[in-house]
Design a protein around this ligand. Structure first.
Ligand code: SAM
Length: 287
């Protein structure tokens, strides 16, 4: 930077998701000049700074547990004209990483927020997958179990846009099985593994083929890109029953569950109600 000093702001800085060569010169410059660097893990960010030849930088841990408590101090520093950098362990802060609450708090306090864009695993996987990129949905990590997981799987089954998900290698096998249950085994998808790293790999195929591939548990970091459902999908009975079961398990009556699922999946009320009748324990309250 040249000329007058940069004004006070929260500066969101994307960092590499594997290859250190992906750190931009603007990111390096902001890290070199920030008054304070907020990061998820001081040791990890310390290693990145050492790679850049930066020592003695002031680091502060800001993670899911501490983020809300840091808002006031960070806002005060920015108000006093300081530039406060925010990085996560890898990629873009706020994307399946801490950051969003700090950003919202700084904006609410009336201070500027700016960004040094760069790597995001989801976008890197999407563009290399070969799937349609003009409209897509980022689902992040699915909940590991429960009603919300079932609801989101049901939504993915009928989503016509490309869907991008994060998953750990430990759970990729069970995630693919769950996706096959709702989307069918023929839906096309890509597993993007270790993007920008030595063992980078893009495995493209049907969900059934990818599930076979994952039978030998893969190592490393993974993004799953699923091609969208046909524009006007016919939800299968299995998908409708799964969605109904989720609604009923949440305490909805048979009538309310039918209305919610028919609306959500764009399917006929009568067909949905008939399937609801077959689900043990579903009841219609007396009118
Ligand atoms: N903030 C990051 C970003 O901008 O992508 C995401 C952080 S999230 C905690 C970590 C997840 O991102 C991993 O579990 C994996 O799903 C995905 N990921 C990160 N780096 C990756 C890479 N090099 N290759 C594939 N997936 C990656």
């Amino acid at each position: 930077m040249s000329g007058s000093p940069a004004p006070g702001a929260l500066v969101l800085i994307a960092t590499p998701i594997g290859n250190l060569g992906d750190l931009s010169s603007r990111a390096a410059e902001e890290l070199a000049t920030a008054s304070l660097i907020c990061c998820e893990d001081t040791r990890r960010t310390g290693r990145l700074l050492a790679h850049l030849g930066l020592t003695g930088r002031r680091l502060r841990r800001v993670d899911d547990h501490t983020e809300a408590a840091e808002v006031d101090d960070v806002a005060a520093r920015i108000g006093a004209g300081q530039r406060v950098a925010l990085v996560s362990d890898a990629g873009t802060p706020g994307i399946s990483d801490p950051g969003a609450r700090l950003v919202a708090g700084v904006i609410a306090a009336g201070h500027p927020v700016t960004v040094v864009p760069g790597p995001v695993a989801a976008v890197a996987a999407l563009v290399a997958s070969g799937a349609v990129t003009d409209r897509f949905v980022f689902e992040g990590f699915l909940p590991r179990e429960g009603r919300e997981r079932r609801r989101r799987l049901a939504e993915i089954a009928t989503e016509s846009r490309t869907v991008v998900l994060y998953e750990s290698p430990k759970r990729i096998g069970s995630m693919l099985e769950a996706l096959i249950e709702v989307c069918g085994g023929d839906r096309r998808a890509t597993i993007a593994r270790e993007i920008t790293k030595l063992h980078e790999e893009f495995v493209r195929g049907s969900l059934a083929e990818l599930s076979d591939w994952a039978a030998t548990p893969p190592k490393g970091e993974i993004v799953v890109v699923i091609e969208g459902a046909p524009a006007m999908p016919d939800a299968t009975d299995e998908v409708i029953v799964a969605a109904l079961t989720t609604e009923l398990a949440g305490g909805a009556s048979r009538r309310d569950a039918t209305a919610a699922v028919a609306e959500m999946l764009g399917v006929g009320h009568r067909r949905t109600y008939e399937l609801a009748i077959g689900i043990p324990g579903s009841v219609t309250p007396p009118s």
